[in-house]
Write a protein that binds this ligand. Structure first.
Ligand SMILES: N[C@@H](CCC(=O)N[C@@H](CS)C(=O)NCC(=O)O)C(=O)O
Length: 285
């Protein structure tokens, strides 16, 4: 496959889902990072809607939505597979992908931002670290407006956050009960179901294997999540994993670490600051 361009947010779990699929398949690609809020004109012009990830292929094909991106990658490059070969297992994997897309992704995001948006420096760091200092300063200055838009657009308020916590708990409980003795969600191999669940829980787990650094989490945000929803970054002490969340990291590590090291080290750092990153997967697992 020629070199596609992934238009993305760095700190975003749906974008992580698409990145992980590209990395899993070993597809060299270029990442163009956008700043949330300021992304709209570019993404609109590409897709007539505003959400990332968006994958643009050399031949001009534009694919938006992480599920459709994975479907297309699977068709273009079936190996290594993310869809199980067995039809019944494939149906189950796609059904679980859909479930986590709907029941975990948006709710984990809301729960996280409900706590984090009170700390603009932290959120700006999440979104804009890796950009040029002047860009970060401008983005920080404009952030109050951006935050208001985020709260409105994603219904980030106390009642919705409380309801979303229940969705996250239920989704993680399902994750726990659906796990097979193999440690995977479908059959005995890593599939799109595992990738989706693990990528979408990233705002709550802040795993080290995420390909961009997590800025230090403000103590009140860490406290708010402790023992309830998220784990907190490893640097802030022992992981605060409880209950079902504790079950996720080992599987995450096994599969994400296998393909992400090249993106966490040389290429990303070599192009910082900046918003374009060349990514490829090492030959060795
Ligand atoms: N169903 C979509 C969800 C994508 C999504 O929600 N993207 C968010 C970032 S996590 C976004 O682009 N938000 C900005 C916007 O809605 O304008 C997918 O799987 O790609």
């Amino acid at each position: 496959m020629s070199t596609p361009v992934l238009w993305q947010f760095r700190s975003s779990h749906f974008n992580e889902k698409a990145r992980w699929a590209l990395d899993w398949k070993g597809i060299p690609h270029l990442r163009r990072s956008l700043l949330p809020g300021w992304h709209v004109p570019r993404v609109m012009s590409l897709t007539r809607q505003t959400k990332v990830p968006v994958l643009v292929r050399d031949d001009g094909e534009v694919i938006s939505d992480s599920t459709r991106i994975i479907e297309r990658l699977e068709a273009l490059q079936p190996d290594p597979p993310l869809y199980p070969a067995d039809p019944a297992e494939r149906r189950r994997a796609l059904e679980l992908e859909d479930f986590f897309d709907e029941e975990l992704g948006p709710h984990a995001r809301r729960v996280f931002f409900f706590e984090a948006l009170d700390y603009p420096d932290y959120v700006v760091s999440l979104f804009a670290d890796g950009d040029r200092p002047v860009m970060r300063a401008l983005y920080r200055a404009a952030f109050p407006l951006n935050r208001a838009v985020m709260r409105f657009a994603m219904s980030i308020d106390a009642p919705h956050a409380e309801a979303s916590r229940k969705h996250v708990d239920a989704a993680l409980e399902r994750l726990e009960t659906e796990l097979r003795p193999s440690g995977y969600l479908v059959g005995d191999a890593f599939s799109v179901a595992d990738l989706t669940a693990a990528a979408l829980v990233s705002p709550l787990l802040m795993p080290e294997e995420f390909p961009y650094p997590w800025p230090p989490i403000p103590e009140p945000v860490a406290r708010a999540g402790a023992g309830r929803t998220w784990a907190g970054p490893r640097s802030s002490g022992p992981p605060r994993c409880t209950g079902v969340i504790a079950a996720v990291p080992p599987r995450w590590r096994r599969s994400r670490a296998r393909c992400s090291w090249s993106t966490t080290s040389a290429p990303w750092r070599a192009t910082t600051p900046g918003r374009t990153t060349a990514c490829w997967t090492p030959a060795a697992a």
